[in-house]
Ligand binder design. Structure first.
Ligand SMILES: [Fe+2]
Length: 195
């Protein structure tokens, strides 16, 4: 899998359409998470592709929330992004805003991890450390069960994501915590550099 863009170009593209720090942070976090998963699952040579899919997956969300995953192909094509990456990005809206099924393992990971990184990020903010570094699966499970906590993070999508991967919910949680630990510092550092 070969990305048409360099990482620098992909980051510029994210920042062109996303000015809100929260959205940039989310893109960078999902990027770092996808990079960890690529290596973890034996797709190390495709790490850049997986990472850019994560970075750009919500490209249209800030400006076109009503057309999420529908507007994205247009913005991405215009920037020279390849059709394989566009498919991967759009498929994370499967059953929510589009009908494009996640097929490749990378697409299934994006679908499952996107929503879960949101929940983990919200849970981390509540911790004295404000970090995922000392977060355990047991405490995340409690947050998952508490429907009022981060109510915008769909538990059904996370469960469906784990099923599509053939993993238990616990496995998905364990791995995604590790993935987020791997990039927490570098994401914070990079956020400081973005204006
Ligand atoms: Fe997302």
């Amino acid at each position: 899998m070969k990305s048409a863009l360099t990482r620098t170009q992909a980051l510029e593209l994210l920042c062109k359409y996303n000015k809100e720090p929260f959205h940039r942070l989310h893109g960078l976090t999902v990027e770092g998470t996808m990079r960890w998963y690529a290596k973890e699952l034996g797709y190390g040579e495709d790490e850049e592709f997986w990472g850019q899919v994560g970075l750009l997956h919500d490209i249209d969300f800030e400006l076109y929330p009503e057309q999420h995953c529908v507007k994205a192909p247009e913005l991405l094509r215009e920037a020279g992004v390849g059709e394989d990456m566009i498919h991967a990005i759009v498929s994370h809206g499967y059953g929510i805003c589009v009908d494009v099924v996640p097929e490749h393992e990378m697409e299934k990971v994006l679908f499952a991890a996107d929503e879960l990184t949101g929940l983990i990020g919200a849970a981390a903010k509540m911790r004295p450390s404000k970090s995922v570094m000392d977060m355990e699966v047991s405490s995340l499970k409690k947050k998952f069960k508490d429907k009022k906590f981060a109510a915008g993070c769909s538990r059904d999508v996370i469960k469906q994501g784990a099923e599509q991967l053939g993993w238990t919910l616990e496995e998905l949680m364990e791995k995604t915590i590790l993935a987020m630990r791997s990039c927490e510092n570098s994401v914070q550092v990079e956020m400081e550099t973005l204006v």
